[in-house]
Design a protein around this ligand. Structure first.
Ligand SMILES: O=C(O)C(=O)C[C@H](O)C(=O)CO
Ligand SMILES: [Zn+2]
Length: 272
């Protein structure tokens, strides 16, 4: 399991392109037949990908966790960005279609990923209590429309794990799909110093890219992102992006609270 240490706003403002990418871009989460995990020091969120490709993949127990098993002190959110598959949690099989979500509560000892064509995005945060393992399909994640075509940011937000949805200790997770012809996400931008955030960009057509913007509102920095790459967004950073076409992304957070609307808006005129 790779490690990513936390960076301060001041040091981040001095990073060149290579350093920005080294600290904040996760490039290779989806490797065929493997589970890839990155341990971040932002709220100790683990970000990962699992691509079973026909053979069942067990969730490993990396040495860095110093645990008897991965979910001994953790909770896990799983979102399938591939074709239909299943996840076995202590022997119980949960079917997960494209863009369905499964929350696995603390204490589950044996988690296995299955399905040929399934591609699972994983977020795991430390947990102090056990909440029930719960599935929420995309159809159950009430869609909320945001943005306008005039601002090129018309999009649909699906919330899965949050204060009014699947219960968790601190994990929050959902998905945003841009409408065709729209390119901006999370604009106007915001911060939430109470929670870190991670973005996984996906459904980006072949040859297209997203220009993700991060940093303090007055010190913004760009990162060019490919399909199925993820970005770590520190609590003090904005997180927004503009694509060369429409795309989707999974957002996930951990930290002080699970209130989706608890954001600090950044007035457009103040961005630099
Ligand atoms: O399109 C958006 O706007 C988002 O999806 C915003 C994220 O959900 C977010 O940043 C939550 O804090
Ligand atoms: Zn946010």
């Amino acid at each position: 399991m790779q490690q990513r240490y936390a960076c301060s706003p001041r040091e981040t403002a001095a990073f060149d392109t290579a350093a920005l990418r080294e600290h904040f871009l996760l490039e290779n989460l989806f490797l065929t037949g493997q589970i890839s995990l990155v341990y971040t020091h932002y709220d100790r969120m683990v970000v990962g990908g699992a691509v079973p490709a026909g053979a069942e993949l067990p969730l490993p127990n990396p040495e860095a966790l110093k645990a008897d098993y991965f979910l001994e002190r953790r909770e896990l959110g799983i979102l399938n960005v591939g074709t239909a598959g299943y996840v076995l949690v202590d022997g119980t099989r949960h079917e997960l279609g494209n863009q369905d979500c499964l929350y696995v509560g603390r204490g589950a000892q044996n988690v296995r990923f299955g399905g040929n064509g399934a591609r699972y995005y994983l977020l795991s945060a430390p947990a102090h209590a056990t909440h029930p393992t719960t599935r929420r399909t995309q159809a159950e994640a009430t869609p909320v429309g945001m943005g306008t075509p005039e601002a090129a940011n018309q999009r649909t937000i699906y919330k899965y794990i949050y204060a009014e949805g699947i219960q968790s200790c601190q994990l929050v997770m959902g998905l945003t799909q841009l409408q065709p012809g729209n390119v901006w996400n999370t604009m106007p931008a915001h911060t939430h110093d109470r929670r870190m955030e991670a973005y996984l960009y996906f459904h980006l057509p072949e040859g297209q890219r997203v220009l993700h913007l991060m940093g303090e509102p007055t010190q913004t920095r760009p990162l060019w992102v490919f399909n199925e790459q993820a970005i770590l967004s520190p609590p003090w950073s904005i997180h927004t992006g503009c694509g060369t076409s429409a795309y989707a992304f999974i957002w996930g957070m951990a930290g002080e609270n699970r209130a989706y609307t608890d954001m600090d808006a950044v007035p457009l005129a103040t961005l630099q």
